[in-house]
Design a protein around this ligand. Structure first.
Ligand SMILES: Nc1ncnc2c1ncn2[C@@H]1O[C@H](COP(=O)(O)OP(=O)(O)OP(=O)(O)O)[C@@H](O)[C@H]1O
Ligand SMILES: [Mg+2]
Length: 263
């Protein structure tokens, strides 16, 4: 399932519409770990995931899997990758079970039997709280339910690298907690998991938190170090804390700290 190689960004910048949306980001993502990317709206989280998934190419710098440039191994890389974008790309006329079934047939080992596939779909649907919605058309689902269908479709293929853009959006806290615990199990099995989130509640499941502000990486490390670095007691206060200075200040403070050596 995993080849144990780390994903990394080396001095990645991304420019569009006359703006520098990501500014020289260098960062690695390791098998067995969940990295949560947080930051104010518009700080560049989705763009960073798009660079990591080869959805866009960096304007400067490169993304790697192990020592290989992602731009050169795109097709192979995408076989290993599950990517749930922020906006869903589902065929809304399909039922949940058909969407799962087609995805399974397209992406799983062709030797798997119908029974194997049905079991897998059943387990995932139950896990994602969609068991009772399997026969429903996707167009009739709520936003949070559609998000879970998207996540299920990517999980079906059992990817070694799973990148999720706001998987918790539209989920109630109970479902969010279940999902994050499940992602934690997937990470423990050796997968590389990267997600973005606006929800601060379950950040303790992340092995590492990356904080973006105006395209700058202003922190990367664990929750304890984050609280210490910004002098706060609760993670919920981090956005208030960073507003007290500008992004360049925080980026400099972080790069001068001993924490930045651990990226
Ligand atoms: N292709 C593009 N062309 C021009 N500007 C872009 C493009 N893609 C993103 N942006 C801009 O880059 C900035 C970062 O966008 P991005 O979607 O990465 O933010 P985000 O942190 O994911 O925000 P949110 O939390 O709202 O999802 C925004 O100001 C956005 O308008
Ligand atoms: Mg986004």
């Amino acid at each position: 399932m995993t080849d144990g190689e780390s994903l990394s960004l080396k001095s990645v910048s991304f420019r569009a519409g006359g703006n520098e949306i990501l500014k020289k980001i260098s960062l690695s993502f390791h098998p067995g770990q969940i990295t949560a990317i947080i930051g104010p709206s518009g700080s560049g989280k989705s763009t960073l995931l798009k660079c990591l998934t080869t959805t866009v190419e960096p304007s400067d710098g490169k993304a790697f899997l192990g020592a290989q440039d992602l731009a050169e191994i795109k097709e192979d890389y995408r076989q290993k990758l599950g990517y749930v974008p922020q906006d869903d790309v589902l065929h809304r006329e399909l039922s949940v079970e058909s969407a799962f079934y087609y995805s399974a047939r397209l992406r799983l080992d062709p030797d798997l039997t119908e029974v194997d596939i049905q079991i897998r779909i059943g387990v995932l649907a139950a896990l994602l709280g969609l068991a009772e919605r399997q026969s429903h058309k996707i167009s009739k689902l709520s936003g949070g339910q559609r998000k879970r269908v998207n996540i299920g479709i990517e999980l079906l293929a059992d990817p070694a690298i799973l990148i999720l853009d706001e998987p918790a959006s539209g989920l109630d806290p109970g479902t969010e907690e279940d999902l994050l615990k499940f992602l934690q199990i997937l990470a423990e099995q050796g997968r590389t998991i990267v997600l973005t989130t606006h929800s601060m509640e379950f950040l303790d499941v992340a092995d590492r938190i990356v904080l973006l502000m105006e395209g700058h990486m202003i922190f990367a490390g664990d929750l304890k170090n984050l609280l210490q670095h910004f002098g706060i007691v609760h993670i919920a206060d981090v956005f208030k804390a960073i507003r007290e200075n500008d992004a360049k200040h925080w980026a400099r403070t972080f790069s001068e700290s001993s924490l930045s050596a651990c990226n």
